[in-house]
Write a protein that binds this ligand. Structure first.
Ligand SMILES: C[S@@+](CC[C@H](N)C(=O)[O-])C[C@H]1O[C@@H](n2cnc3c(N)ncnc32)[C@H](O)[C@@H]1O
Length: 459
């Protein structure tokens, strides 16, 4: 018997069967490397740091029965809620990010396949016709579509030709009256912009670092519109593809993952809401599976999301304001700080000595996490579990022990933490901020290789 098996056996002794199952699951393989992720709609749109679907699936299947209620209070691209639906559980997801809400809603909303195919053909036909025949009108509309700041952003990041194609497409999409159908196509539209390679924008990368603009742009007709003068090399060259072709490819691909009909009496609700104050009754949830954002804005959702959200009608200034509301954001003005339990307080003191400014940002993060865990405790039924996936970080050479602080805070609220699982990340699969900035680099590299899966139990 290995040491791991022996310690698992000892941990299981004297535990009730539900807790035993929880401990066994958290001690199991949580890497899921080389396994298929199952349902296709998980790939509708890229999203940073999303779960491998196998992770929520494993806990949902083992810790809940059909019809029970599964919550993800920071649902991101909706992996947990889609898995809940596929397993015939009631799902409730909250998020504050407009694109996350759109991605997750589309994934769990049934649509008629023939209607989607017909509508897709129609959008493309009309958008292409407008591009050919009403170019002047599209150009005029582009001039008045945005406020000056949003327009400046769009002009910087999108080639003039691409702007006309995108406007032709989005104008047709936004004419669709049926909201779920419209959202399906808005999502395919967004997915051709937000990709690892920056999609049809002029960004070279929208997954990792701060976006960098290509210096040498080759249009679809082969014309070079910037370049020689800036003397740029291959690395900064971008061939801008046709938005029409990309859109067609994308929505046709997404047809494969479409949910044609939902299981009877099962709902998957995706709601705008702050995880720190959930509009849910006490003791109403059977299982929570979630992952909060990283501390210190390590994954800046809005940085990439604004590239498509400006096309969907959001002014750039509003998106900037929203960014400050995310858990883990960096500003520390107007923040309500919570008292921290002993282990976390000691760690924050040590961090304060190493980097005072960062320690305040992390204190903000743990204050937000305290409020989120309090809400999770309130809504969870007694005798049930919450699974929280976190990464740790290294700041000024110091491991912030995020998983231990999360456990410490949870215990101070009333949770028991019977086990913390570890998962090794498959760097090829997960879209993470592999920063190229030198000093941040080593911190992020170290933090991103492993994740911790914390099992909370409400007695
Ligand atoms: C790590 S992601 C979740 C990814 C998710 N597990 C998935 O598989 O796609 C964290 C999410 O928390 C959301 N978030 C940030 N602050 C929030 C808040 N105050 N309330 C609810 N969600 C929030 C972010 O918008 C982001 O979508």
């Amino acid at each position: 018997m290995t040491i791991q098996q022996l310690s698992l056996l000892m941990a299981l002794q004297g535990q009730d069967p539900y807790r035993q199952r929880l401990i066994a699951l958290l001690s199991d393989d949580l890497d899921f490397h080389g396994q298929s992720n199952g349902f296709k709609s998980h790939n509708f749109h890229s999203f940073p740091a999303k779960f491998p679907p196998q992770l929520p699936r494993k806990f949902i299947n083992s810790l809940t029965a059909e019809n029970e209620v599964v919550l993800d209070p920071m649902s991101g691209s909706g992996t947990t809620i889609l898995e809940a639906l596929l397993a015939h559980r009631q799902g409730i997801g909250f998020d504050i990010d407009p694109l996350a809400l759109k991605i997750s809603s589309v994934k769990v909303t049934p649509l008629d396949l023939n209607l989607v195919i017909e509508t897709g053909d129609e959008i493309l036909k009309k958008a292409k016709a407008a591009y050919k025949e009403n170019r002047d009108e599209l150009q005029r509309n582009l001039a008045t579509k945005w406020d000056p700041k949003t327009k400046e952003f769009a002009d910087y990041w999108f080639a003039p030709e691409t702007q006309i194609e995108l406007l032709a497409l989005i104008s047709e999409i936004q004419r669709i009256v049926h909201p779920p159908l419209r959202e399906f196509f808005e999502l395919a539209f967004s997915a051709i912009i937000i990709t690892k390679s920056g999609g049809v924008s002029l960004a070279l990368d929208l997954a990792h670092t701060r976006p960098h603009k290509a210096k040498r742009i080759i249009t679809k007709s082969g014309e070079i519109i910037e370049g020689e003068k800036s003397g740029c090399d291959e690395l900064f060259t971008k061939i801008v593809r046709s938005a029409f072709d990309e859109f067609e490819k994308r929505y046709k691909n997404n047809l494969d993952g479409l949910i044609i009909s939902a299981p009877k009496n099962i709902s998957a609700r995706i709601l705008y809401g702050n995880a720190e104050s959930l509009s849910l009754s006490d003791n109403s949830i059977d299982l929570i599976v979630t992952s909060p954002p990283y501390a210190s804005n390590a994954i800046d959702y809005m940085r990439a999301h604004k590239f498509s959200l400006v096309w969907l009608g959001y002014p750039i200034d509003d998106l900037g304001k929203k960014r400050k509301l995310y858990i883990g954001a960096e500003s520390t003005g107007n923040v309500k700080f919570e008292n921290m339990p002993a282990f976390t307080e000691t760690l924050l003191h040590r961090l304060e000595k190493a980097d005072n400014k960062k320690s305040i940002v992390v204190r903000r993060y743990y204050s937000e996490i305290t409020r989120v865990l309090r809400e999770m405790y309130r809504v969870l039924k007694p005798g049930k579990a919450a699974i929280v996936v976190v990464g740790s970080s290294v700041i000024r050479g110091m491991d912030t022990e995020t998983q231990n602080c999360f456990a410490d805070i949870g215990k101070s609220i009333g949770f028991e933490v019977p086990q913390i699982g570890v998962r090794n990340l498959d760097r090829n699969k997960r879209m993470l901020p592999a920063s190229s900035k030198v000093n941040v680099d080593s911190q992020i590299q170290q933090r991103m290789h492993q994740e911790f899966v914390i099992g909370y139990y409400k007695p």
